[in-house]
Design a protein around this ligand. Sequence first.
Ligand SMILES: Nc1ncnc2c1ncn2[C@@H]1O[C@H](COP(=O)(O)OP(=O)(O)OP(=O)(O)O)[C@@H](O)[C@H]1O
Ligand SMILES: [Mg+2]
Length: 210
Amino acid sequence: MNPLPHLTTDTPFCIGLTGGIGCGKSTVANLFKAHGAGIIDTDEIAHQLTRADGEAIQAIIAAFGPKYITTSGALDRHAMRALIFTDKNSKITLEQILHPLILAHSKELIHRACDKPYLILMVPLLFETPGFLQLVQRTLLVDCSEENQISRVIKRNGMNEEQIRTIIQHQMTRQARRRLNDDIVQNDGSLDTLTALVLTLHKRYLHTGQ
Ligand SMILES: Nc1ncnc2c1ncn2[C@@H]1O[C@H](COP(=O)(O)OP(=O)(O)OP(=O)(O)O)[C@@H](O)[C@H]1O
Ligand SMILES: [Mg+2]
């Protein structure tokens, strides 16, 4: 067991869910949700912060100028993605704006979820982003082979193999992830197999969270 203490005794047991692109994080989170777990999705928080009139928009304009804002007032995700992919300093600047806000919102949502038996906090960059590990008592990796990552993402949203391989190369290696996480869901089988693996974990977390 991870020895980290609960955020407070009033907050539910919280599991940090992580994994590489297309490994099945959202699918696994939905399966936990069906069992009654509370889900906090940091990608969703980031989207809310950067939508039109979102909390981060003024800071983004101050740092990058209006060029990366659409006519509707939201972050131009496409343009920003292209920028931070090639310019490391821009990536750091954007993270310095977004990460403290995402962390603060995550904490607030954890405190508001006292009715849940346990929580799944989805943080794709759990080990790379300061602060998030302090919010969780355990970490869960969704892992699959690179071949499955690529074929599933191609099928899902039509990115090409080269784009996906570039993203994978920029992410933490599978070996490092597997070493760092407390629990692993191996998602190389069918959706039925995944469903069964999540049920087993659900029973454990329900017990641990009590
Ligand atoms: N065991 C499986 N068998 C077949 N398809 C799967 C399996 N697990 C997930 N998928 C599919 O693979 C795709 C990627 O899964 P999912 O979106 O859950 O991954 P993710 O880790 O959340 O991705 P991202 O990093 O982009 O957020 C989805 O289309 C999903 O339906
Ligand atoms: Mg996802």
